[in-house]
Design a protein around this ligand. Sequence first.
Ligand SMILES: C[S@@+](CC[C@H](N)C(=O)[O-])C[C@H]1O[C@@H](n2cnc3c(N)ncnc32)[C@H](O)[C@@H]1O
Length: 297
Amino acid sequence: MSRFARGCAALLCAVSIGATAQDFGDTPYVQTPQVVVDAMLETAKVGRNDYVIDLGSGDGRMVITAARKYGARGFGVDLDKRLVALANANARKAGVADRARFFARDLFATDLSPASVITIYLLPEVNLMNRARILALKPGTRVVSHDYGMGDWQPDVEFEMDAPGKSVGRNQRSKVLYWVVPDRMAGRWVWTFAGEGRKHAIELLLRQNYQKLEASATLDGRALPVESATMSGTRLDVVLNLPGAGRVSFSGTRINQALDGEMVAAGVKSPWSAVRTEIIDQVHVNAPPPVIREFAQ
Ligand SMILES: C[S@@+](CC[C@H](N)C(=O)[O-])C[C@H]1O[C@@H](n2cnc3c(N)ncnc32)[C@H](O)[C@@H]1O
């Protein structure tokens, strides 16, 4: 039995009430209730341009729902060949076999790079084992997980919901956790701002731990409070309080060492760009690798 299987057996199956949890032999299998599948795909805003990869795809419900309801494409992988056959049969029944395919494959040997959305219902340790691969995906890739997190990488969105028919746990509730793979935004960004009849130099220093930013700024070399600095994928949003102009928002998308976008001052939009003059390491990249505890025997 694999490490995952032992862990799964210990964590998922030990609390199973047994009625609908199915065991397809060696590899434990627990379904995500359909209402939770729907909520996960809605949270990730899956649409017709998305490519969804489900890691440990069971009966195929994630990718099949993504194809049937939202017109997305994608595939799922599972170690259990019988589940893979069932998922492909379910895709045919749902009329989406051309857009939802399933392969007997180890998720750790699966190329994740085509994904715009990754769906998972795996144990926290398995999520941690996968985390570095997910963080290395194209910034902006969305990840949605049923019940379990990714260690100290905090989700962008997390909520609990009723999960009628859930075959594990005591209270028929599920957690949905959602992340956007962050770009590498840390560094010193500079631009000029025209105000009070002259140009001012703005410098913004961003430190980054996953998608969380710590920001400080100067205006013509003097400290300037940063009202907010947030990022999602390749997009940065900053709000500064500028003397004479008030609250000004700057939003842009990173392309190489430039940010391109718009600024809004006193309700008036205009183009905005900044350049990065120094790149700073992201805190999470230099952090020691996560400790992944052995599954209980
Ligand atoms: C908890 S079930 C989730 C099934 C489905 N995604 C859902 O949400 O209904 C986890 C699934 O992952 C599969 N699995 C476990 N380890 C795997 C691995 N290393 N590679 C591929 N599939 C794996 C199991 O066979 C099982 O079907």
